[in-house]
Structure formats: structure tokens, C-alpha cells
Design a protein around this ligand. Structure first.
Ligand SMILES: Cc1cc2nc3c(=O)[nH]c(=O)nc-3n(C[C@H](O)[C@H](O)[C@H](O)COP(=O)(O)OP(=O)(O)OC[C@H]3O[C@@H](n4cnc5c(N)ncnc54)[C@H](O)[C@@H]3O)c2cc1C
Length: 811
């Protein structure tokens, strides 16, 4: 068979990722697919994986995808005739601390939402299933009977065979040397094959190049920030009497165990990993291993020997060390590269590529063939990657942390320790001097909370109240009763300019944006299904210029969405994030304190809600936007970055009572007001009407994206609604991914949660099925929220529990 000249899609890389993408594309009917592998199939990372298939994941959609993989792999052998070694031996995860136990119980709740079989078991029950284990200090455990283990290389080979059976073509010893593009679109690939160089014409190329993927992407200006690390396991000599045992994870000791043909495997997720490949990857790398490093592995082996004394006597058969790709946030990359149309990515699997690739391949194939992801995939969306993250020094330092994080406690609000401080606000130091404790999003350092003088400026993580709970409360009260200042410089800012800007924006936005200059419009960018691609404020600056303000984390996605929809209109989309800082002055006294540094009239008559004006600020000049995300009177001040320090100092000098507030307080205020958080409560999967945001969709305007889907849903009626919940017991906390229980039945996850210091309890949002039901019927049910296996009573509301008529906002 010779390599074709043309294909509908070319998949680069024949590891498990590429094999799964090709399999699912072919299954979706794209039989004209070609997969190219530079050496032999699986010879990168896939061949040497340990083969654990665990469905216990931290979030709702990752659980959904892992369950899909497990279900798929179970049937692959029958489908393709390739022995996959897939054994449903089950898995046990044990907790050695109370905090870890809570995490496991919370994950079990997430698993239950998606029908994954999971049971909470005691230390004694663990011992019953795993006689070799010391369980004296085990606090508790969870058992997933349908988890399993497999032979990773054969799973990949089975997927490749399945792809071929459905029509895909696979060529080994064929290296893609360049992905070709023209006018910002993929046109195909150049390759070097056994018979020399060649070219395949294709509109779609999928980079499944594993640890090679980053440099391949960079050649086209595509950001794919990943870096390899050394990853270790060892295998004992045969141990008498070892049969099939469940896969065992002891995350508190950074270890997993697997019985493998009478031998025991011990794998490590050590806290400080060894980045690898800084000098590049040898061109002939194929089924390669890396040198042993006993010193590095020893701390894990020592703990394992105490945990499972058989390691003391069983000889070591193999010490394995192989490279694997890790990403800055420990999540893999899937989806369309924002830089080049037709360029797709499935790479950077952070040592869970075997369990992830089945689901990821399915999701990506759906995305490519249907034009939209099957459900919300923001967590792993490639468009969350920031261009600066390509920096190798940044990556190298960060991945030394992210490998171990897989088995670390995934506490809420947990921050990375490495590669910090890259993006900072102009008043970063001033905030630090006043007690700011920073968190990081998209490289931005943001004040999450402010420590009191003398208080430790570090997080003390827990699943219960963390050490900043009272700081948040004080900040929250200040915003509700007096005035607070948030530094939101991390907002993404996008200018759309040109004679066609208005036409283009009116096509992209659900709300009418052909408004007078100075007006601010809250609007959605909808997709064809009525799902929410973004919720943003759009400020008309002039007849021909708009400013779109977006979350810092979604900037690249939102830029890509806007650029992808310029069409024939004469409009230019520019990222102006770094040009302005954003200081948000919020609270009933906001007008009073701002008036001390500006002569401009801030009265309701002169400066109504939903408008923007240039105003004097101290001796500088900025643009004040009268909007809020905390549900109070307030202004967001957009200040040129060069004047920000001056404006901040002028404000703090004139109004020392202004309380500096962090992001945790922003979130607790917004959830009381039931303001939706994109990526959690609203995503491209969530219909705008079901999200309760129909007010941001124009009734009069035609010709905007998503309108038909809005009309259709109006006609058909809602099938679910976003509901706000408050726990009646003030003690438990909600973060997200707890289960909403309606009349005794789990109906879905809590999409976001925080503590409502004014409402007096934890508050969360979540979708509730409502087909054919009135609002009264929806609210007439009994609601509970399951937190770590315990159900707590909740009150439910379809209107914001805090200030439902928004009287305070318009104050
Ligand atoms: C020690 C160890 C244990 C692991 N255990 C598990 C586990 O238990 N469970 C789990 O889920 N995961 C595990 N993993 C992770 C898993 O192995 C990886 O996440 C997964 O194999 C990644 O697959 P991939 O297809 O993305 O990458 P790869 O398998 O590396 O495939 C990428 C392929 O692309 C090819 N390629 C690159 N550039 C080009 C080009 N220009 N042209 C053509 N071809 C190209 C390469 O040759 C390579 O074959 C483990 C990893 C290690 C190292």
C-alpha cells in the first residue's frame, strides 16, 4: 500500500493517542484517514506504560471520559481479535490521613454521578482483598470493582487494527517533517517515509506526537506547552502465591502497585520529578529506556517495603525508567489549536494517557467531525494554554512539580509552588506589602486573600475551613457593607476595531451591541447549539471600536472565537490585555470613596449602571465601567498600566477604609448573587436558556449565531435548569463536583460552590432536570447535596438568594 496523496485527516503519531483518534474518526465515518508514525507503533511512550485503568477522577467530565475508555477497552479484544490483556481486577485507593479520606470520598461521589460502581471500604476490608498489605494506619479506602489493568501496547495495537478495519490507513517509519499551511489554514503534511519524501494534502491534521508534539507544533507557531519527565516503576521477580490482585494506590506514599503475571509492580509519583529531554530527543529514539536512578527511587521503595514487606525479599527483576510528557497544570491537551485552522491536538497526557486516550479520542473525533465537542471539555481544552508557557525554563521547572501532583492531595484552591511570578499586575508589590497571598491563573499572580498583620502568609490546605476563611469573611463583609478593592488586571481585554466591527459583533453576540458609545452590554457568544462559548461584557468605545472583557484563563479561546468569526467584515481583533490594569472598587461606599480621587460626577443620573466613561483618577486618567461581579454598587477602573500604581496609591491615601480583597471573596460574593462562572456553571455544552441567561439574548435581533437554537429550545421547553442551593447546616463546604440529590436521587454535579458569608452557609449552583415541569414543581422537591458521601439538606432557588431585584447594584 502506498501513502496516499490526499486524505480527509492526517493523524501524526502512532501511540495510543493517535491510534484512538484514528479509530474514532474512522468509526465516525471519516474512513479516509491516514496515521503516520515516525518509527513503529507504540514505540514512544505507550509501550512501557504500567497499564492502570482507573476511573476515579477529580471532576465530572474527566470521570465521564475515563469511564468511556474502560468500557471501550473491555470490548476491544472481541471487536479486533487483538489480545489486550484487559482484566477487570478492580482497584483500591487507600487513605492514610483524614484529609485524603475526604478526597477519596468526594471522588467517589463524582464517580457515582456517572454510574461508576464504587464502594467505600474499611481497612479490614482492604486487608481482606490485599493480604500482603500493612493496613494498621489506613483510615479508609474506596474500591472500584470495574477498574482494571491492561497491556497498553496491545490496547493501542487493537485501536490501530480497529481503525484499519474501519478504513483508516497507517504507515510506520514515516516521519512528518512539516505541517503545511496557507492563509492560516492547514493544507497537509510533508513527510519522510521509507521511499523518500512526500506530501499528503489534508484539511485536518491531528498532532498526537506525545513528547515530540511541542516542537512539531512550535514550527507552525502553535502553542503546545509540555515537557517530558523521567517516570519510574520496578517489577519484582515472581512472588509465590501472587495471583490477580486489584490495582492498589497509596497516594500518601506516592505509590501504586499492580500484580503482573506473578510479579509485583511498584510505580512512583515522587514529589520532585526529573525533567528530561532538555537537549532534544535522539532522532532514532524507539522503544528506548532511560538509565536507572536508585537514589531517586529509594524513598518510595523504602515506604513501599514497610507497606508491603514482600518487597524486602522479592528480588528486583526490572527497574524501568521511561519518559512521559507533563503539562503545566497536569491536564492533557485536546481540541483545535487557536493559531491555525484545521490543526488539532491530543497530547500531553501526564502519565494517564492509557486510561484517558479512549475517551479523548472519542471526544476529539466528535469535535472534528461534528464541529463541536460532545460535552464541555474546557478542563483539557488546548486553548487554555498561554503562549508564554512555551518557555522551556518555565516548563522544565513546572513539570518537576506536576508529575508528583497526580498523587498529591488535590485540596481545593491548591496552588502550584514552581514557575511562579511570570505575569504580574503593576501593583503586585504594593499588594504583597499589604498582605496579599497570591494564587496563579494563566501565569497571572492574583491576590486570592489578604493576611492580617502578623498572620502567616501561606495556605494551610484542607477540605474543611482553610486558614483564610475568616479573612475572606472580613473582606466579604466589607464589600457588602462598606467598600472593597479587587485587582482584576488579569482580565483578558480584546479590542475589535474597524468599520465592520459593529456588524461582526452583532453576529457573534447574543445581545444587541449596536448601542450608543459608552454603553456596556452583558452578552454571550453562543454556538450553533445555543451553548455558551463565552459570557463577556462588551463596551462600545466608539462607533467603530469595542472592548471585550473576558476571564484571563479564557483569553486565547475567546480571541480565537472572535478571529474565527470576522468573516467578510472589515474588523481587526487585537489582544490589548497588557495595556490596562483593572481595579474594581465595589461596595455601598464605592461612590463616596471614588469621589475623593475624581471630580467626575458619579451619580446615578450622570453615570448609570451599564455605562463607561473616561474619568480623572488622582492625577491620571482612566476609564470607569459601572458593572459588578459581586452584586454591589461599584466601578471597574481600566487604568493604563503606567498610571496604575499612581491611581492605587491615590485611592488608598484618600480612602484608607478601602479593604483590599482577594479572588476568594469575589467568588463568595458572586455565588450569593448566583452570577454564573464560565467553565463551571456555564460552558459550550450548556444552553443559554437552561443556564437562566435568556435575558442576555436579544428578542429583536436576527442573524446572530445560536439564534435558531434559542428559538428551538423556547419551542421545545427546557430540559434542565440551573438552580442555586444553600446548605441549611452552616458547617459543610461546597467547592464543586458535589452531587445534587433531588428527592433521594443524584441528578448531577454542583457546578461551582463557595461560602456565602452573608447568606450564612455554603452556596452552590447545579443543573436540575425539569422536562415538562413548572418552576414551582422544580422548587417543590426536596434537595440535598452529597458531600463526601454525606447528604446535607439544601434550600433551592431559581432567583438569586442575595438581592434578587439587584437594587444594591443600581444603588
Ligand atoms: C513508566 C510509565 C508508566 C505509565 N503508566 C500508565 C498507566 O498505568 N496508565 C495510564 O493511563 N498511563 C500510563 N502512562 C502514560 C502513558 O504511557 C502515556 O500517557 C501515553 O502512552 C501517551 O501516549 P501518546 O500517544 O500521547 O504518546 P506516545 O506513545 O509517545 O506516542 C507519540 C508517537 O508520536 C510519534 N511521533 C512524534 N513525532 C512524530 C512525527 N513528526 N511524525 C510521525 N510520528 C511522530 C512518536 O514516534 C510516538 O510513537 C505511563 C507512562 C510511563 C512513562
Amino acid at each position: 500500500m502506498s501513502i496516499p496523496l490526499k486524505a480527509r485527516a492526517v493523524v501524526v503519531g502512532g501511540g495510543i493517542s493517535g491510534a484512538s483518534v484514528a479509530y474514532h474518526l474512522a468509526k465516525a465515518g471519516w474512513t479516509d484517514v491516514v496515521l503516520l508514525e515516525r518509527r513503529r507503533l507504540t514505540s514512544g511512550t505507550t509501550w512501557h506504560a504500567a497499564g492502570l485503568i482507573g476511573q476515579l477522577r477529580g471532576s465530572a467530565n474527566m470521570t465521564r471520559l475515563a469511564k468511556y475508555s474502560a468500557d471501550l477497552y473491555r470490548g476491544l479484544e472481541a471487536e479486533t481479535g487483538v489480545a489486550t490483556g484487559m482484566k477487570q481486577v478492580g482497584s483500591i485507593s487507600v487513605a492514610l490521613t483524614r484529609e485524603r479520606h475526604e478526597e477519596l470520598l468526594r471522588q467517589a461521589t463524582v464517580a457515582r454521578i456517572f454510574g461508576v460502581d464504587v464502594a467505600e471500604i474499611s481497612a479490614l476490608e482492604v486487608k481482606g482483598m490485599y493480604p500482603h498489605l500493612e493496613v494498621g494506619d489506613v483510615v479508609g479506602a474506596v474500591h472500584l470493582p470495574l477498574d482494571g489493568q491492561c497491556d497498553p501496547a496491545n490496547i493501542a495495537m487493537a485501536l490501530a487494527k480497529g481503525a484499519r478495519m474501519k478504513g483508516a490507513q497507517i504507515f510506520e517509519m514515516t516521519k512528518v517533517t512539516r505541517i503545511t499551511t496557507a492563509a492560516g489554514r492547514v493544507t497537509g503534511v510533508d513527510y519522510e517515509g521509507p521511499e523518500g519524501p512526500g506530501h499528503i494534502e489534508a484539511d485536518v491534521v491531528v498532532n498526537c506526537g506525545g513528547m515530540w508534539g511541542r516542537d512539531l507544533a512550535a514550527a507552525n507557531g502553535v502553542t503546545l506547552p509540555l515537557h517530558a519527565c523521567e517516570h519510574f516503576y520496578l517489577l519484582t521477580e515472581p512472588v509465590k502465591g501472587i495471583g490477580d490482585l486489584p490495582v492498589l494506590r497509596v497516594p500518601d506514599e506516592c505509590a501504586y502497585y499492580k500484580s503482573d503475571a506473578g510479579k509485583m509492580m511498584l510505580g512512583a509519583f515522587e514529589p520532585k520529578a526529573k525533567p528530561w529531554g532538555m537537549g532534544g530527543i535522539r532522532p532514532d529514539f524507539e522503544f528506548d529506556t532511560l538509565p536507572e536512578d536508585w537514589d531517586h527511587f529509594m524513598p518510595i521503595l523504602e515506604m513501599a517495603t514497610k507497606r508491603m514487606p514482600l518487597f524486602e525479599t522479592a528480588g528486583i527483576h526490572t527497574f524501568f525508567n521511561g519518559p512521559e510528557s507533563f503539562t503545566p497544570d497536569d491536564r492533557y491537551y485536546l481540541g483545535p489549536a487557536p493559531e491555525v485552522q484545521g490543526y488539532w491536538i491530543a497530547a500531553g497526557y501526564n502519565s494517564i494517557g492509557i486510561v484517558s486516550s479512549g475517551g479523548a479520542g472519542m471526544a476529539l473525533a466528535h469535535w472534528i467531525t461534528e464541529g463541536e465537542a460532545p460535552f464541555d471539555l474546557w478542563e483539557v481544552d488546548i486553548r487554555r494554554a498561554q503562549p508564554f508557557q512555551k518557555n522551556l525554563a518555565y516548563l522544565k521547572e513546572r513539570v518537576s512539580e506536576t508529575l508528583g501532583l497526580l498523587y498529591a492531595d488535590h485540596f481545593p484552591y491548591r496552588q502550584m509552588a514552581t514557575s511562579r511570578g511570570v505575569r504580574r499586575s503593576p501593583i503586585h508589590q504594593q499588594l504583597a506589602d499589604r498582605g496579599a497571598v497570591f494564587g496563579e491563573v494563566a501565569g497571572w499572580e492574583r491576590a486570592n486573600w489578604f493576611a492580617n498583620p502578623g498572620q502567616e502568609r501561606e495556605y494551610r490546605y484542607s477540605w474543611k475551613r482553610q486558614n483564610w476563611f475568616d479573612n475572606q469573611k472580613a473582606e466579604h463583609v466589607a464589600v457588602r457593607e462598606s467598600v472593597g478593592l479587587f485587582d482584576m488586571t488579569s482580565f483578558g481585554k480584546i479590542r475589535i476595531e474597524g468599520p465592520g466591527a459593529c456588524r461582526m459583533m452583532n453576529r457573534v453576540c447574543s445581545a444587541e451591541v449596536d448601542v450608543a458609545p459608552g454603553k456596556i452590554v452583558y452578552t454571550m457568544f453562543l454556538n450553533g447549539r445555543g451553548g455558551i462559548e463565552a459570557d463577556v461584557t462588551v463596551t462600545r468605545l466608539t462607533e467603530t471600536a469595542y472592548l471585550v472583557v473576558v476571564p484571563g484563563a479564557t483569553l486565547q479561546k475567546d480571541l480565537a472565537w472572535l478571529r474565527g468569526h470576522v468573516g467578510e467584515d472589515f474588523a481587526v481583533v487585537t489582544d490589548v490585555t497588557a495595556s490596562e490594569s483593572v481595579l474594581c472598587v465595589m461596595g455601598p461606599k464605592a461612590r463616596d470613596v471614588l469621589s475623593r480621587i475624581t471630580p467626575n460626577d458619579l451619580s446615578n443620573a450622570a453615570f448609570p449602571f451599564g455605562t463607561a466613561q473616561e474619568i480623572e483618577l488622582g492625577m491620571g486618567l482612566g476609564r470607569a465601567h459601572r458593572v459588578t461581579y459581586v452584586g454591589e454598587l461599584g466601578w471597574e477602573l481600566y487604568v493604563p498600566t503606567d498610571q496604575t500604581a499612581h491611581v492605587f496609591e491615590a485611592l488608598m491615601a484618600a480612602a484608607p477604609e478601602v479593604k483590599l480583597c482577594g479572588l476568594h471573596t469575589l467568588d463568595s460574593c458572586r455565588i450569593e448573587k448566583a452570577y454564573r462562572h464560565w467553565g463551571h456553571d456555564i460552558t459550550d455544552e450548556d444552553h443559554v436558556l437552561e443556564a437562566g441567561l435568556g435575558f442576555a439574548v436579544s428578542k429583536k435581533k436576527t442573524g446572530f449565531i445560536g439564534r435558531e437554537a434559542v428559538l428551538a429550545r423556547q419551542e421545545a421547553g427546557l430540559s434542565r435548569r440551573l438552580v442555586q442551593f444553600r446548605l441549611t447546616d452552616p458547617e459543610p463546604l461546597l467547592f464543586h463536583n458535589e452531587a445534587v440529590v433531588r428527592d433521594g436521587v443524584i441528578v448531577g454535579p454542583v457546578t461551582s460552590g463557595n461560602y456565602g458569608h452573608t447568606l450564612g452557609g455554603a452556596v452552590g449552583l447545579g443543573y436540575v432536570p425539569c422536562k415538562g415541569q413548572t418552576a414551582e414543581e422544580v422548587l417543590g422537591s426536596r434537595y440535598q447535596i452529597e458531600v463526601a458521601g454525606v447528604r446535607h439538606e439544601a434550600v433551592a432557588s431559581l432567583v438569586p438568594m442575595y438581592d434578587p431585584k439587584s437594587e444594591r447594584v443600581r444603588g
